[in-house]
Design a binder for this molecule. Structure first.
Ligand code: CP
Length: 319
């Protein structure tokens, strides 16, 4: 999971490291001056609401200075490369970079060329590690698995435009490492059978996939990445692959419903299902948002304060 002091991917996630970070986030006992005197740059080269605001809040709550940069207001619009932008920000004495980019692999590339920690805030269709951590914290808290973060036996269905989704890839890596059985669900074009190489199963019938699921994670159709281009109609998609109220009513009694956001109501999820908030209803969507701040605090602390030896020691204590 950690690669040196960088947090780039949940592929082949290290369960001990993940459990250490989740425990830290769950305790929520960060001192307000933990990162006092440090500065964090949020480089968001693709739109974001949740991730960008929560990384800013997380850094501010730890006492760090936060610098925000987006493509439209930066010299990227004049042709400067991502790497030159990262080097420029690093040269100003910034202590950590949080990066969102449209290009898969951009965060890895930058991490390989700077000295300071890089945290991937979502790169193309590749990975979104802190979203997966927010989701794991949410699952652990909702299903009372916070003692040892062992998700063995848990059945997770990730539904929708899976092939376009960095959230799905990050969750497949992390939740599988924690012991869960992950099934991706969607029409063949959105959930191709080849996705089995990631360690999940693939199902094309939503009703069959969710009948014994403990966690149902709905995903948006990513029109900006070409997702859904071949769909005949959104109405038909909603009927076949949307989490409608009748479908939600057939879920297991203690199953939870997730969505990383942003949601398209009446497409992948009915508004009344999304709004049926936990614990009275199954939706933990706003819990995921709140938990984003906690895991990002933990990620910033671990990235900013420790070397590999320290991370390994922390992981051994939590194991
Ligand atoms: N889940 C997520 O990444 O949302 P944003 O694009 O709003 O950050």
């Amino acid at each position: 999971m950690w690669n040196g002091h960088h947090l780039i991917s949940m592929e082949n996630a290290d369960a001990a490291q993940a459990r250490a970070l989740l425990s830290l986030a769950h305790q929520d006992a960060f001192a307000a001056d933990t990162l006092a005197g440090r500065s964090v740059a949020n480089l968001f080269f693709e739109d974001s609401t949740r991730t960008r605001v929560s990384f800013s809040l997380a850094a501010q709550r730890l006492g760090a200075h936060v610098v925000d940069l987006t493509s439209s207001g930066s010299s990227l619009s004049k042709g400067e490369t991502l790497l030159d932008t990262a080097w420029t920000i690093e040269a100003m004495g910034i202590d950590a970079l949080v990066i969102r980019a449209g290009q898969s692999g951009a965060c890895r590339l930058i991490a390989d060329h700077v000295q300071i920690p890089v945290i991937n805030a979502g790169d193309g269709t590749h990975q979104h590690p802190t979203q997966a951590l927010a989701d794991a914290l949410t699952i652990g808290r909702a299903l009372n698995l916070t003692k040892n973060w062992d998700f063995s036996g848990l059945k997770v269905a990730i539904v929708g435009d899976v092939v376009s989704s960095r959230v799905a890839r990050a969750n497949i890596g992390l939740l599988s490492a924690l012991g869960a059985q992950v099934c991706v669900v969607g029409p063949t074009i959105m959930a191709p059978d080849a996705m089995r190489v990631l360690g999940c199963t693939v199902e094309h019938n939503l009703d069959r996939a969710i009948e014994d699921a403990d966690v149902v994670m709905m995903l948006r159709i990513q029109l900006e990445r070409g997702g859904g281009a071949v769909l005949a109609s959104i109405r038909e998609y909603h009927q076949s692959y949307g989490l409608t109220k009748p479908r939600a009513d057939r879920l297991k009694a203690d199953a939870i419903v997730m969505h990383p956001g942003p949601m398209n109501r009446s497409v992948e999820i009915a508004g009344e299902v999304a709004d049926a908030g936990f614990p009275d209803g199954p939706s933990v969507i706003l819990n995921q948002v709140a938990h984003g701040v906690l895991v990002r605090q933990a990620a910033l602390v671990l990235a900013g304060s420790c070397d590999q030896e320290q991370l390994d020691r922390q992981a051994r204590v939590a194991d």
